[in-house]
Write a protein that binds this ligand. Structure first.
Ligand code: CA
Length: 233
């Protein structure tokens, strides 16, 4: 059974071929575009289930593809970016990209990002259900009871800490930018709350992680935000 169509917008042929071959082996249908213009045309005509988008394209910036697609669709977009492009990643996420993957990446990492994006896409469009208890490793969060446990022991979080952890758990596997977390927790009018967010995250990690310096549940995406780990599968 075909799992859906993935549109790959990438001008580097070896990367595009590598992704395409790997996705086809996983029963996805793939279509490739080498320019932003061609990508926008194919996105409109094919309505793919997901777009993989390189930001550096020959005719215009990949950011323009995000702006265009977001005018008419919430379909998941994963940005393919170079290691040094923190600013571009944040801009892409703020404009509505769902996630990013940094070159060079392996196929299992790419598949994990795609699974997460498709799952969140299905929840957002109402065709999938968000579970009421989130679990990964020894961590669990019961949204109904607002109850957080690690290895069976209840963890006491402040209201703000709980809001941060619950947001990350609802979006497990997906990067959340500092701005997205701050506006969710403190509202859109709190400027420059990165320091308060960092302090809260340090406290959260002390409560959740065996070794806060090497977190196993909430990862830092340097210069971008945080990502809650997601169970494989
Ligand atoms: Ca490129």
């Amino acid at each position: 059974m075909i799992k859906g169509t993935v549109l790959i917008i990438e001008d580097e042929e070896n990367i595009s071929d590598f992704i395409s071959t790997s996705l086809r082996a996983q029963e996805f249908k793939t279509v490739c575009a080498k320019t932003a213009g061609e990508g926008i045309n194919l996105a409109t005509s094919l309505c793919p289930e997901l777009i993989l988008l390189d930001l550096g394209l020959p005719d215009m910036d990949g950011i323009e593809v995000i702006k265009n697609v977001r005018e008419w669709s919430m379909l998941p977009i994963i940005v393919i970016s170079a290691r040094s492009q923190e600013k571009e990643k944040v801009e892409a996420l703020d404009l509505g990209a769902d996630d990013y993957i940094t070159k060079p990446f392996g196929i299992s990492e790419l598949m994990a990002r795609i699974r997460t994006a498709l799952r969140h896409g299905a929840i957002a469009s109402g065709t999938g259900a968000a579970s009421e208890v989130f679990k990964v490793g020894g961590f669990s969060l019961d949204f109904g009871k607002r109850l957080v446990k690690v290895d069976g022991n209840e963890v006491h979080l402040t209201q703000v800490e709980y809001k941060i952890v619950a947001l990350l758990a609802r979006n497990a596997g997906k990067v959340m930018t500092y701005d997205a977390i701050i506006s969710h927790v403190w509202g859109p009018y709190m400027d420059d709350n990165n320091r308060i967010l960092r302090v809260n995250m340090a406290n959260i990690r002390r409560k959740l992680e065996k070794n806060p310096a090497e977190p196993q549940y909430i990862y830092t995406e340097i210069g971008v935000g945080y990502r809650m780990m997601e169970e494989e599968g």
